[in-house]
Design a protein. Structure first.
Length: 244
């Protein structure tokens, strides 16, 4: 039996990269999936490839009205939502001295506030479904230091996950965070960064970067009933980087 049979899922940032890999695996495992992103062209193309059990909705994850529309569309098309994957996020390649307040607020809105909005928006639907699983994608930089802005917001996702897990346990809603290391997404392996990534990979205990599907397998576990007794926990996929 498919591991996500009967599940209705929303996955943000799913037009390409890790989010698209999650959506593909979810559909293969029996879920009906709403993919969201700002990239309408790639989002529609990805959903079309996945077939009738996938639907793309254009979304700004920092906008509360957009969240309400995504949940309503999911319910209308497939039924009450019982899985949310807060995958959308950005990086900020600026040092503290060079970053403006606007730069900082933008990454906080996309990486942190959107997770709060998503969890809040999906709660009534999950209650209709009798429970659910929320998977918040943080980073290994939600555990150890990295770039300013990115590290801050990914630590915040970790904290929100724990707070939400305690609050929502009585509603049969589980909340966990996933902490990927360096993943071979199009953004990471493009030509201008390829050499730097290959050099960095030599310092990873497992000696390589991860494939998106390796993260998807962890997200699948948390979305499925296989993880029925896991909540408020951190699941690390970093090849051993944070174990040093």
């Amino acid at each position: 039996m498919a591991r996500l049979s009967g599940k209705i899922a929303i996955i943000t940032g799913a037009a390409q990269g890790m989010g698209a890999a999650h959506a593909k695996l979810f559909v293969e495992q029996g879920a009906k999936v709403v993919l969201t992103d700002l990239n309408e062209e790639k989002g529609n193309a990805t959903a079309a490839e996945l077939g009738e059990n996938a639907l793309f909705v254009k979304q700004n994850v920092t906008n509360e009205a957009d969240w309400a529309n995504v949940v309503a569309t999911a319910e209308e098309k497939f039924g009450p939502v019982n899985v949310l994957v807060n995958n959308a996020g950005i990086t900020m390649a600026k040092k503290m001295m060079d970053a403006t307040v606007e730069d900082y607020r933008r990454i906080v809105e996309i990486n942190q506030v959107s997770v709060f909005l998503g969890m809040k928006a999906v709660l009534p639907s999950m209650q209709k479904a009798g429970g659910g699983s929320i998977v918040n994608v943080s980073s290994m930089n939600g555990l150890v230091a990295g770039a300013i802005g990115y590290t801050d917001t990914k630590f915040a996702v970790r904290g929100m996950t724990k707070a939400a897990a305690m609050e929502l346990a009585e509603l049969n809603i589980r909340v966990n965070s996933v902490h990927p290391g360096v993943i071979a997404t199009p953004m990471v392996v493009q030509e201008d960064t390829k050499a730097a990534v290959e050099a960095f990979a030599k310092h990873i205990p497992l000696g390589r970067v991860a494939q998106p599907e390796e993260v998807s397998n962890m997200v699948l576990f948390l979305a499925s009933d296989d993880s029925s007794y896991s909540t408020g926990s951190e699941f690390v996929i970093d090849g051993g980087m944070t174990a040093r």
